[in-house]
Design a protein around this ligand. Structure first.
Ligand code: URA
Length: 248
């Protein structure tokens, strides 16, 4: 028999959300243990013993793991419930009975690749900084960044008093006023890509995530999703940079 763990830790391990967010979910009275609503923090559960639900759906039971890649459109919040009532990313999922959660976040106005799963361990593995999982973005930025600007992005720029880790950057195309730049990073600070381009004086006008590691969107259309195979999952960790087109 497994050891009892705090409810918020149990929920976080099951992939519901970060531990802090899980505490909030408990406070919001959305969690039940064996049919009783729990809103206090000290409660412990033993994995496999009690029946734990969030918003009425069972967590951490014998449920099979599912892995989904969604091409998120702009205007959707990366959450499974929004107190402000804005459109949520899970509204695209038809016939998915498992309770899946987004792996990381995309801003409301960012589109592109978003993984959803009920596999808490995989979520932690992707999000844990030590695993350095690459994410590739395509940014439409204001103006024409010089090659020295792009080089600074690659070397690291100051974002909130902390230098960003080395990145891969590729100028894809210049339009009359703006430029399209691909950037691959492995950190996951909030609004990181936007802040990085802000730091070089070329604010992001539009942002799209193209890939997690080597798992790209392919021809998945906006608002569509597909179930992932083990092979797809392996691509996330294969740590080669998908969209790099030239040697630097
Ligand atoms: N970086 C950002 O600035 N926004 C996102 O949505 C993702 C990465």
């Amino acid at each position: 028999m497994e050891k009892p763990v705090r409810l918020q830790k149990f929920l976080a391990h099951a992939g519901v959300a970060s531990r802090r967010k899980c505490e909030k979910i408990i406070e919001e009275r959305r969690v039940q243990v064996d049919g009783k609503t729990v809103s206090a923090m000290g409660v412990k559960v033993t994995p496999g013993k009690e029946r734990v639900t969030v918003d009425g759906k069972e967590i951490g039971g014998a449920e099979e793991h599912v892995y989904i890649l969604l091409n998120k459109p702009k205007g959707y919040v990366t959450t499974v419930a929004d107190p402000q009532g804005r459109p949520i990313v899970t509204s695209f999922l038809q016939n998915v009975k498992e309770r899946v959660f987004p792996v990381g976040r995309l801003d409301l106005d960012t589109e592109g690749a978003l993984l959803l799963t009920n596999d808490g361990e995989l979520t932690q593995a992707i999000l844990h900084p030590s695993n350095e999982v690459y994410k590739t973005y395509e940014a439409l930025v204001k103006g024409h960044p010089k090659s020295t600007d792009l080089r600074s992005l690659e070397m690291g720029v100051m974002v909130e008093e902390q230098k960003t880790a080395p990145a891969k950057v590729l100028l894809v195309k210049k339009t009359q006023q703006n430029a399209i730049v691909q950037i691959t990073i492995h950190e996951g600070r909030k609004r990181q890509v936007k802040k990085m381009f802000q730091a070089i004086g070329h604010p992001v006008l539009s942002l799209k995530r193209l890939a997690y590691g080597n798992l790209g969107l392919g021809n998945l259309r906006l608002g569509k999703y597909r179930f992932l195979t083990k092979n797809d999952i392996n691509l996330i960790f294969s740590n080669k940079i998908l969209y790099k087109q030239k040697d630097s």
